[in-house]
Design a protein around this ligand. Structure first.
Ligand code: DQA
Length: 150
């Protein structure tokens, strides 16, 4: 069975109460519940982690090598600053899908650069909680190595 590691970055533990106009009213527990149901429906196994610490996220990515078929990550604020997370993704070679609840390209200038996207398979940004479900579907396809003909 395909295994996908889902990583929520800093401050995402506060979802539901954190700037709900930008990030929505759903809690991380609720999002995780929806992701678990979607994974079950698609017959893949998921492991979910949240960390506010850059080094811990690097450790999670390093340990994913050989254990997971894909990673789904919302690197949150580290998207815009973390060479370490970018390097970890590049180093382990586990195909990674980057997601954001908000459209980072329609916000402040400093959010418009992602250090992660160049080492990700792709990015989903701006669909609120649906960014997670769309991102998980993308990660499932990547994990199963589904290729479609043009
Ligand atoms: C975010 C966007 C980031 O700029 C921000 O720092 C976050 C959340 C998003 O999901 O929209 O914490 O990754």
């Amino acid at each position: 069975m395909c295994k996908i590691l889902i990583i929520h970055g800093p401050n995402l533990n506060l979802l539901g109460t954190r700037e709900p106009d930008i990030y929505g009213k759903l809690s991380i527990a609720r999002i995780n519940k929806d992701l678990t149901a979607l994974a079950k429906k698609n017959k893949v196994q998921i492991v979910i982690a949240q960390s506010n610490h850059e080094g811990e996220i690097v450790d999670l990515i390093q340990k994913a090598k050989g254990k997971f078929n894909a990673i789904l990550i919302n690197p949150a604020a580290y998207t815009h600053t973390s060479v370490a997370i970018r390097d970890a993704i590049a180093a382990v070679g586990v195909p990674t899908v980057e997601i954001h609840l908000s459209n980072i390209y329609a916000r402040e200038e400093f959010r418009r650069t992602s250090l992660i996207s160049a080492v990700a398979v792709g990015q989903v940004s701006g669909f609120g909680v649906n960014s997670y479900t769309l991102g998980l579907l993308a990660a499932i396809e990547v994990a199963k190595n589904v290729k479609r003909k043009a």
